[in-house]
Design a protein around this ligand. Structure first.
Ligand code: OAD
Length: 255
């Protein structure tokens, strides 16, 4: 049976002036990107602080690069799923719409979303730790082993946020502003346990947003949500986009 959303939620989506989608690994799960937590999650097999931290990189850069080369390979072979496309469709329909993502796979932009704040960086980008020169993946692939900056000899690292590091300031500031201004805030496919990102749904709720959560499993955020849709983002987001599209079509059907 196809899930449905309540008429109340449909009305809310149609009436929203500013919608924000806050996404996590679950949104890319249906594209074949493994999530971090849960029984099959990456962190059930590997320790994050031994791979995704500056300490790990300084101790063993080639091991960390091997891990990122593996993840880059997974991510180069994937495509957006119906959840990503539904968010891109909603951006074209809503008066104001933003995606705040913890994902580093670039799938929101590839699906057509334009206003995307990447809180944890992007795996397609790299930069020199010493002089800051940015490098694309072609450079990294061409380097054997740990890529070294031709300009200054510094080590090149992936442009992703590691444990213990600050989030990119521009993306963070824009995300806080979007959360404060949202009247509908959707937390989608995230376990909502990694801070400071996980504080954004609460910032939005405190500022008056209706908090909607979409996830097959309840999370620590669920008790705070005004509404919880239990299921996959690839199922529910297209239904929400259809509800918004219906709102756009209505005035035309009466003329
Ligand atoms: P997690 O792996 O912690 O959580 C993924 C969530 O997606 C879980 O709550 C799942 O129940 C849910 N899920 C699984 N399949 C889904 C589907 N088809 N549709 C919707 N939801 C689904 O991933 P994140 O919350 O993104 O940080 O993790 C946050 C951060 O922790 C990541 O950005 C990463 C990680 O360590 C850094 O790398 C800095």
């Amino acid at each position: 049976m196809t899930p449905v959303i309540s008429p109340g939620l449909s009305r809310r989506i149609r009436g929203a002036r500013s919608i924000v989608a806050f996404t996590g690994a679950g949104v890319s799960a249906e594209s074949g990107v493994p999530t971090f937590r849960g029984a099959d999650g990456i962190w059930s097999k590997l320790k994050p602080e031994e791979l995704a931290s500056m300490g790990a990189f300084m101790k063993n850069p080639s091991m960390v690069w091997e891990w990122y080369a593996h993840r880059k390979k997974i991510m180069s072979g994937i495509t957006p799923n119906p959840g990503h496309y539904a968010l891109a469709r909603m951006e074209n329909l809503a008066p104001s719409f933003a995606v705040i993502t913890q994902n580093i796979d670039g799938l929101h932009r590839r699906a057509g979303s334009r206003t995307v704040y990447e809180l944890h960086g992007n795996i397609e980008r790299n930069y020199c730790m010493k002089c800051g020169t940015p490098y694309g993946d072609d450079f990294v692939v061409a380097s054997s082993g740990v890529p070294v900056c031709p300009a200054c000899g510094g080590l090149v690292r992936p442009d992703v946020v590691w444990f213990g590091e600050m989030l990119p300031e521009d993306a963070w500031d824009a995300s806080v502003r979007a959360a404060e201004g949202a009247d509908l805030f959707m937390s989608v496919g995230t376990s909502a346990v990694v801070y400071p990102a996980a504080s954004l749904p609460l910032v939005a709720k405190r500022s008056g947003a209706y908090l909607l959560e979409i996830n097959p499993e309840p999370t620590p955020l669920t008790p705070q949500a005004d509404e919880y849709l239990q299921g996959a983002s690839g199922v529910f987001l297209p239904i929400l986009a259809d509800a918004l599209e219906g709102a756009r079509r209505l005035p035309h059907s009466h003329t």
